[in-house]
Design a protein around this ligand. Structure first.
Ligand code: PLP
Length: 427
């Protein structure tokens, strides 16, 4: 059997297969660039592990209070070295990305302080954390105010407004690297660096946090290399490398991390407690794999952009553009097409490959969301997945793929599903 025959067994018609081959040739240089960035990040991770003398003893299981958990403490040093920060908190007790972000906010803000978002609305789930949408336990309930400046229509920072909105009680700034569920470009680390320099001139001591979800290892440097005090993310996204079964991380200044540790566990206890149970080997090995796994995800995104651009859908970013995160949005324009796209991704999954996704009211989101996810780790979005809110413009946000072979198959399967359901025409 030829390679194409294997794809045909998967329901991929010759037309879609050939389109894929054409796209692969077209974006060859871009795919190679992703591999080259992975090499750099792989060096960073291995050298940090060597520096901190990672050994088998680090993978041992602790329970109870978890005092003197060598593996946990060493892993936090490894993260701090890779992100070039003074300290880090990397824990299975941080349940998800939203939890990590809320931890950073609640631990570093006090009543009367203001949180400022100079680059537009933060991620959907943070609306309830902040209290933009009223919610029990929000920052607003604790007397912490919030202010936001939207991006200019061309997607750039509104420096005039930002200058006006940084006030005496502005204690913390939040910047989101990835676009999340918005139709705007994700910010490159370079762009974030420019914004940080501008803010530092106005208020040198303000705490600048970057929501780093989906951005880790996509570029050669991280936001903490360009002046962020705190970078925060989820371990079931990029830095977990697909192996971490849970967890979140914060890397940042000694003071920010200390505050976060006292909030995560308890004042007085901080980083000293928190047994790692049995997850450390997966945390280490996942972090070791993360640079190449992220490259697989980036390559899948580039390939998807190329295929769907050729099929006539608006895509963001375009395949030719440099990447700032692993997310690819494809604007599908109708609920039927968004459904078909997600069904196609699901169809190509190793886990739950036999089910059809449906939209549901997910906690933390304000409209029904459809999700395609055939993940070994439930909800993991460093694994190939696609989701989108059921609202105009019916954009699918696709991300992940532990291997590019799977990513390619998923993208072709999504295109095939649109074709099979009569939602696109191929001459
Ligand atoms: C995923 C994500 C979050 C929230 O993470 P969860 O793990 O889903 O809670 C926050 N910000 C961005 C940009 C994200 O992509």
């Amino acid at each position: 059997m030829t390679k194409q025959d294997y794809y045909e067994q998967f329901g991929i018609s010759p037309k879609i297969y050939n389109l894929g081959e054409e796209c692969l040739a077209l974006c060859k240089d871009k795919l190679e660039k992703a591999d080259s960035i992975a090499e750099i990040n792989q060096c960073k991770v291995i050298s940090a592990m060597k520096e901190h003398r990672v050994n088998n003893g680090c993978f041992m299981q602790t329970n109870g209070y978890g005092y003197d958990d060598l593996g946990r403490d060493t892993l936090e040093k490894v993260y701090a070295s890779v992100f070039h920060t003074e300290d880090a908190l990397v824990r299975p007790q941080i349940t998800c990305g939203t939890h990590a972000l809320q931890l950073a906010l609640f631990s570093n803000l006090r009543p009367g302080d203001e949180l400022y978002a100079p680059a537009g609305k933060p991620y959907d789930t943070l609306e309830e954390v902040i209290g933009i949408r009223p919610s029990k336990g929000s920052l607003a309930e604790y007397g912490i105010t919030y202010r936001q400046t939207d991006l200019l229509p061309d997607g750039s920072f509104d420096y005039g407004e930002i200058r006006k909105n940084i006030r005496p009680n502005t204690k913390m700034i939040t910047i989101q690297r990835s676009k999340g569920y918005q139709v705007r470009p994700s910010f490159s680390v370079g762009q974030i660096g420019e914004l940080i320099s501008f803010i530092r001139e106005i208020k040198p001591d303000v705490i600048i946090m970057v929501d780093n979800c989906y951005g880790e290892f996509v570029e050669e440097i991280e936001p903490s290399d360009v002046g962020a005090d705190l970078v925060v993310g989820s371990l079931i996204k990029n830095p977990g490398g697909g192996l971490a079964p849970i967890g979140g991380y914060l890397c940042g200044t000694k003071e920010c991390i200390e505050n976060a540790a006292y909030r995560l566990t308890s004042p007085g206890l901080g980083k000293e407690v928190g047994a790692s149970l049995g997850v450390l080997q997966e945390f280490y090995q996942g972090f070791f794999l993360a640079p190449t796994v992220v490259a697989s995800a980036v390559k899948t995104a580039i390939f998807a952009a190329c295929v769907f651009e050729k099929l006539g859908f608006p895509v963001l970013p375009r395949w030719k553009e440099d990447r700032a995160d692993i997310i690819q949005s494809v604007t599908l324009r109708t609920p039927e097409a968004l459904n078909a796209f997600c069904a196609g991704i699901q169809y190509a999954s190793a886990v739950d490959g036999y089910v059809t996704p449906e939209a549901w009211d997910m906690p933390g989101y304000d409209s029904p969301v459809i999700m395609a996810a055939g993940a070994f780790v439930s909800g993991s979005s460093i694994e190939l997945s696609a989701d989108g809110p059921m609202r105009e413009p019916y954009a699918a946000y696709m991300q992940g793929a532990l291997t590019f072979s799977h990513g390619k198959l998923g993208v072709l399967s999504a295109a095939q599903m649109l074709l099979s359901r009569g939602l696109i025409n191929l001459e």
